[in-house]
Design a protein around this ligand. Structure first.
Ligand SMILES: [Zn+2]
Length: 340
């Protein structure tokens, strides 16, 4: 009996306590009411499983991939396409559970693009440009970038990540989600509405992830001369004037809930943090700055828009012993992972 109790307690620790100690998420701070709502939504989702056949995996067997450099459209099996996406999007040295999470996220992203196509790529389903859809690399090009003696093992690791999760996608209320992902969250992810405006997606909430600071993508700096800053902003805002002698000539006006710059004042104008990020090529909108004698230096945390799964965060969680399904559920709120 004592032994049985011990196993029950041990199982409880593995299932509930360890993941919650390893990762702190905002959702843990929810009120009881919210938790009850979540339970209610979950039970509705379970009843929706009859809707999954609309995502029959065989309907997505062939992908029409637009090559952005050559303008050609290549048809290839979806899993083969996903090998090229996972190996282009995530370093192969990352933990296998992180690679599996990336495989499921990439598959979900692909199917969402196909089912919500607005003809962005003509006859093609998706393109190989990371800034537009998601990155893709051919096996031949991938092998050329790896050490020869490691290439075959590396490729097998990628194939394993995709094949062992075959047909698995992420759903919310029975619908495939728009599975955004990025490189490094700087410790906390961002809601979609703070990046692209409009309504927020219920499954894209801000969550904290421990261990992001261990990666080289976490910290970066950009130094720019006072004159160059004005010149770069002037391309979009011809009226800009900055008198650096004035106090608060540059000032952060508002932060988002995750601590990223929402609005910043630059002399006589105010612009969105996302716009400044684009104009200056900052790695994220999670930045502070310092005005020096002749220049401004931006201290940036994280890499990417910050929405959805953080790839370094996924690897960090995997290294803490968390499996790919729980990694996905950490970054996408109240979702299910289903086989289609
Ligand atoms: Zn595209």
């Amino acid at each position: 009996m004592k032994k049985f109790l011990f196993y029950v307690i041990a199982l409880f620790c593995i299932v509930f306590l360890i993941p919650s100690i390893c990762t702190k998420t905002k959702r843990q701070a929810q009120t009881k009411d919210n938790i009850e709502n979540v339970e209610e939504t979950k039970s509705t989702e379970n009843n929706d499983t009859s809707t999954y056949p609309k995502y029959n995996y065989s309907n997505f067997a062939t992908i029409k991939l637009y090559h952005s450099k050559t303008g050609e459209i290549e048809e290839l099996p979806i899993d083969e396409y996903l090998y090229g996406v996972v190996s282009a999007e995530m370093p192969v040295k990352y933990d296998i559970e992180a690679l599996k999470a990336q495989a499921v996220v990439a598959r979900t992203y692909t199917i969402y693009q196909i089912t919500h196509s607005n003809g962005k790529h003509g006859d093609a389903d998706i393109c190989d440009n990371y800034a537009c859809c998601q990155a893709w690399i051919s096996k031949e090009d991938r092998f050329a970038k790896w050490e020869e003696k490691e290439a075959e093992d590396n490729w097998q690791k990628i194939v394993n990540a995709v094949d062992s999760t075959q047909g698995k996608v992420i759903t919310y209320n029975g619908e495939v989600i728009d599975a955004f992902f990025h490189s490094n969250s700087g410790g906390i992810t961002e809601t979609a509405s703070n990046v692209w405006g409009g309504q927020n997606f219920p499954y894209l909430q801000s969550v904290e992830t421990s261990g992001e600071d261990e990666y080289s993508e976490y910290n970066s700096e950009v130094e720019i001369s006072k004159e160059e800053l004005i010149n770069k902003i002037r391309k979009k805002h011809s009226e800009i004037e900055i008198n650096y002698d004035e106090q608060d000539s540059i000032k952060i006006i508002e932060l988002t809930e995750s601590g990223r710059v929402k609005t910043i004042k630059l002399g006589n104008i105010e612009i969105a943090g996302t716009e400044l990020r684009t104009l200056l090529g900052l790695k994220s909108t999670n930045f502070s700055f310092e005005i020096r004698d002749n220049s401004i230096i931006f201290f940036v945390k994280g890499y990417g828009h910050g929405v959805g799964m953080s790839q370094t965060g996924a690897d960090s969680l995997a290294k803490q012993g968390i499996n790919y399904e729980d990694i996905i559920k950490h970054f996408y709120y109240n979702v299910e992972i289903v086989g289609i």
